[in-house]
Design a protein around this ligand. Structure first.
Ligand code: SF4
Length: 373
């Protein structure tokens, strides 16, 4: 393997092959530091990084299996007071297009998802001042009462922090109440880039890096596992991405509570941030590069997900050769990235076909990445 990495890099410039010692270090099982991650991010030598990441992926998951979860996203409200500059989904309180889904509609959506074989419901929405802790607890309890087999993967750290603020309760107390009502795990949404320099520019009112990490730490301590995400491809620098990767790696050392790393490109459509970056959207090269770097840098993360919703099935297929081992959700419904311009859609059969076409065996999993077949 190392010979192949050398072969690929020998055909590149001296500058590109400067990353070879870093790749060898990762292949030798040593942890990459901040400067090394930055060096990889600044290198265009995609193929060498991909080969090293693929080798490590197969060391962690020796079987050519690609997992996926059948899930429905329910965006329960679009009313939000955080006004993130990358968001095309929210409406401010009092806006005529603001909504909160009635419980019966939510239950109907869960029913439809169950009929399609869903095991997971992912509920995320805006920070709505009208929704208090009781609303969430009653909603989760009602879903679990009617569909006890459904796993509730709900509420990002920003939503949990906001509920705690509204209720004047600690994050721990809120999480315990939600867990009692049926919450199973939490999605890593709202991480964007875990660098306060970037967060101040793109989402000034949203939780800070330390607050996001604190919610995750508390959840993990209570046995509530979560994913870790990253939305990149806007105003961040390689140093910000490295800071993000090292922050979640450190927390994973502490708690072991992250199930997976999931990254996607900023969707610029209909957003103020999109105007600022002139509608530019990161393409396949940066996406695949970050997939490989995540696999190389996050040595304590078991799973790296390919985001076909933002990248399309073709790039997601490629990501399976750059360190990804999971195809994520079937995404029966998703409004947040769609409103910002994500245009990819696939049926479960198309998704399975894409995995098989790439030479892998698709296997259905649950939210905790346990195989169901
Ligand atoms: S990304 Fe989330 S928190 Fe930010 S404005 Fe949109 S709905 Fe609100």
């Amino acid at each position: 393997m190392q010979t192949l990495v050398s072969l690929v890099s020998s055909q590149r410039t001296e500058r590109d092959s400067a990353i070879l010692p870093i790749l060898h270090k990762a292949l030798d099982g040593e942890r990459l530091n901040f400067d090394e991650i930055v060096a990889l991010l600044k290198s265009p030598d995609l193929l060498s990084m991909g080969m090293a990441a693929n080798e490590i992926r197969f060391r962690i998951h020796p079987e050519p299996i690609v997992t996926y979860v059948v899930s429905r996203n329910i965006n329960y409200t679009n009313v939000c007071v955080d006004y993130c500059s990358f968001c095309a989904f929210y409406r401010p309180p009092g806006h005529k297009e603001g909504y909160v889904l009635p419980l019966e509609v939510i239950l109907q959506k869960v029913q439809e998802a169950v009929e399609l074989g869903a095991t997971q419901i992912l509920m995320q929405g805006g920070l709505n001042p009208d929704l208090r802790l009781d609303w969430y607890c009653n909603t989760f309890a009602a879903i679990k009462e009617r569909f006890p087999q459904i796993w509730l993967h709900c509420l990002s750290p920003a939503e949990i922090l906001y509920i705690a603020e509204l209720e004047n309760m600690s994050v721990r107390e809120v999480l315990l109440k939600l867990k009692e009502a049926g919450l199973g795990s939490i999605p890593g949404g709202g991480a964007e880039i875990l660098s306060d320099r970037v967060r101040y520019i793109i989402s000034r009112l949203k939780c800070s890096k330390d607050e996001w990490l604190m919610v995750m730490r508390t959840a993990h301590e209570l046995g509530i596992r979560s994913s870790a995400t990253m939305m990149f491809g806007h105003i961040e620098e390689p140093e910000d991405i490295a800071e993000h990767l090292i922050s979640i790696r450190q927390l994973q050392d502490e708690t072991g509570g992250f199930t997976a790393f999931i990254h996607w490109c900023f969707q610029p459509g209909n957003t103020p941030l999109g105007k600022r970056v002139k509608g530019h959207q990161a393409g396949g090269h940066p996406y695949l590069k970050l997939t490989a770097i995540a696999r190389l840098a996050l040595d304590n993360f078991p799973n790296i997900q390919a985001s076909w919703v933002t990248q399309g099935l073709k790039v997601a297929q490629m990501a399976l050769f750059f360190g990804a081992n999971d195809f994520g959700d079937t995404v029966i419904e998703e409004n947040v990235t769609r409103l910002a311009g994500a245009k990819y859609w696939a049926t479960i059969d198309e998704m399975l076909r894409a995995i098989r076409e790439a030479g892998f065996i698709p296997k259905k999993r649950n939210t905790l990445y346990e195989l169901l077949e």
